[in-house]
Design a protein around this ligand. Structure first.
Ligand code: H2U
Ligand code: ZN
Length: 352
């Protein structure tokens, strides 16, 4: 077939209707896509969500200003953001070097640090309902924490679990940071794929990906310096990738304008998430930037992943079970259809 431009090669189809596998360019892993399977009868859980109205201050909340935490420490009367060392940290800094090398048994001690980051003194807010100026303060906090912790750790994972569905223990707006000596599994895969791409092509994998996706069916929202899209290889139904449009290795590299722009983009896309089912959209999100030392990782491009579990309603979520645990992850709705839904949910005046 001849295309309009005279090329003898037909354009790649936007969407494959047959069951197929898509390759995750960032990790090298595959996802099975079986569009149309969602029309099967549903006889699973149907519980309705409890409507939750939160006060601005909750005397029983261990993250509110001035309150006492589980260990007896008292939070300061903070007025902006607040960071403390996790009282139940999974990683500890003073771990002596130890290892096991015994045939197939292998283990390494892992020193590190875990912190809790409060986004706001207001118990009733969250990232989606904070004004862009408040989100901007969180962006600066993320960046400062990464710069600080990467001095003594190889990998600094900034993340947030939003909603009880995703394991958040408290609705007060907060996230976590776990920093450690090793490069964990997920960033290890991304390091390998981005390095290989950079060595083979001399360009950044994710920037070439943005160029290929620009203006296409998987873009959700775009600003001068950022793009939010449902990646071609998305696993979670409404998964999103947020990427700066110029080369940026890690959060501390972001300039002032890019930080403001990110706050505006996050306010936009998180608002869309909450409108999908008219319900605070649960998710795990987190930042992936160059490991430390950053100078040794020119192949990295900063990005955030959003992994929300909801599939068809505020209560029907995707579970990673069966085939997915035993063979390969799978999705029933295409990335393109979900991106189209998220584009429709723009607020008036916000460019989709
Ligand atoms: P999550 O909501 O994502 O679970 O994060 C809350 C963290 O807060 C959790 O890791 C810590 C928990 O260990 N925490 C404290 O450090 N002190 C407390 O008093 C309660 C909870
Ligand atoms: Zn609170």
């Amino acid at each position: 077939m001849l295309t309009g431009s005279g090329s003898a090669i037909a354009p790649a189809p936007v969407e494959m209707k047959v069951p197929h596998r898509r390759r995750n360019a960032l990790t090298g892993e595959w996802v099975l896509v079986s569009a149309g399977r969602t029309s099967r009868p549903w006889q699973g859980s149907t519980e309705s969500p409890a409507a939750e109205v939160r006060p601005e201050y909750d005397a029983t909340c261990y993250l509110c200003p001035g309150n006492t935490r589980a260990t007896g420490d008292v939070n300061p009367s903070y007025e902006s953001t607040f960071v403390f060392t996790n009282d139940f940290a999974a990683l500890q800094p003073d771990v002596a070097p130890e290892s096991i090398r015994d045939g197939l048994l292998q283990a390494e001690s892992e020193p590190g640090t875990c912190r809790v980051i409060c986004y706001s003194p207001r118990h009733d807010l969250d990232l989606a309902s904070m004004p862009p100026s408040g989100i901007r303060r969180v962006v600066d906090l993320w960046s400062d924490q990464v710069a600080d912790l990467s001095r003594t750790n190889r990998w600094v994972q900034v993340f947030e679990n939003r909603g009880a569905t995703m394991g958040a223990s408290n609705p007060h707006p907060h996230g976590q940071i776990w920093a450690g000596a090793a490069l964990p599994n997920e960033p290890l895969k991304e390091d390998r794929e981005q390095r290989r791409y950079f060595e083979e092509n001399g360009s950044l994998l994710l920037l070439d990906y943005l160029e290929q996706e620009s203006g296409g069916p998987r873009v959700v929202a775009s600003t001068e310096s950022w793009m939010a899209l449902v990646p071609f290889w998305a696993v979670w139904p409404f998964e999103m990738l947020v990427v700066p449009k110029r080369p940026v290795r890690w959060l501390p590299d972001l300039d002032d304008g890019e930080r403001d722009d990110l706050a505006a983009l996050l306010a936009d896309v998180l608002g869309r998430y909450d409108r999908v089912f008219d319900y605070p959209f649960p998710y795990s999100m987190g930042w992936h930037g160059a490991p430390s030392p950053v100078e040794d990782h020119p192949h990295w491009q900063l990005h955030a992943h959003f992994y929300p579990p909801l599939l068809r309603s505020a209560t029907v979520r995707k579970h990673m079970v069966g085939y997915e645990l035993l063979a390969e992850v799978q999705r029933d709705v295409t990335a393109e259809s979900v991106a189209a839904r998220l584009r429709e949910l723009a607020t008036a005046g916000v460019d989709g």
